[in-house]
Write a protein that binds this ligand. Structure first.
Ligand code: HEM
Length: 187
């Protein structure tokens, strides 16, 4: 299907490849009190990253992360990325970040590569450290057995890292990115 660019829209290939909202539709509801400690993530973040793995060529990517809320006690989470070299779409993922017991966080994420991730971890200040409790791989998916993520916010800068145990290898770095706040959280 061909998506025509709106007059005045940017030439960003993402705008034509992924039409539609990238954040939760803004809703006029107050943040659930259980999310107060995670509110520093809310909004849209943009930046660049680099990736690799012993089995793949190193690569560079552009990335967007969106965290939204709709008044209920979880954050909506969406990620998408493009090659920094030629703009072609790379990884995307979507899910929910849930506050657990005080200081604890839970993340459920679906990956179009056929992987479903359930991670848990802790928040310390404005840093989240998460590790998968379960990873399920579809029959045709590459084998991923563990995922470890770190997200750390300092002012308007968000740094992420992702290590994984996959294709028979133990925990090994796959991604690191540095993003900047591109849009504030919905009021
Ligand atoms: C910014 C996000 C990501 C980008 C840009 C990215 C990019 C890539 C690239 C370019 C490759 C090598 C070519 C290919 O097999 O497609 C790759 C391989 C792979 N990625 Fe990612 N990836 C991302 C996120 C993830 C995540 C979240 C997972 C885990 C669920 C993951 C798991 C894998 C696996 C298992 C491989 C195959 C390794 C192999 O075949 O030896 N990736 N990724």
């Amino acid at each position: 299907m061909l998506h025509r660019r709106r007059p005045g829209a940017t030439a960003d290939p993402a705008a034509t490849i992924y039409p539609g909202p990238v954040t939760v539709p803004p809703v006029d509801v107050p943040l659930h009190p259980a999310l107060r400690d995670l509110a520093f993530l809310l909004g849209r973040w943009e930046g660049e990253g680099e990736g690799g793995y012993p089995t793949v060529q190193p690569f560079r990517y552009r990335e967007e992360l969106c965290f939204g809320h709709d008044g209920r006690p979880f954050l909506h989470y969406r990620q998408r990325s493009w090659s920094a070299e030629d703009g072609r779409p790379m990884h995307v993922e979507a899910g929910y970040l849930r506050p657990g017991q005080p200081g604890a966080v839970e993340l459920v994420v679906a990956h179009p590569s056929g992987v479903v991730e359930l991670s848990e971890g802790r928040r310390t200040g404005t840093e989240l450290e998460l590790r998968s409790r379960a990873v399920a791989c579809a029959s045709t998916a590459k084998d991923v057995s563990a995922i470890a993520r770190r997200l750390s916010v300092e002012g308007d800068r968000l740094r992420t890292t992702l290590d994984m145990a996959a294709v028979g290898l133990p925990d090994t770095p796959h991604l690191r990115s540095t993003l900047h706040r591109a849009a504030p959280a919905p009021a």
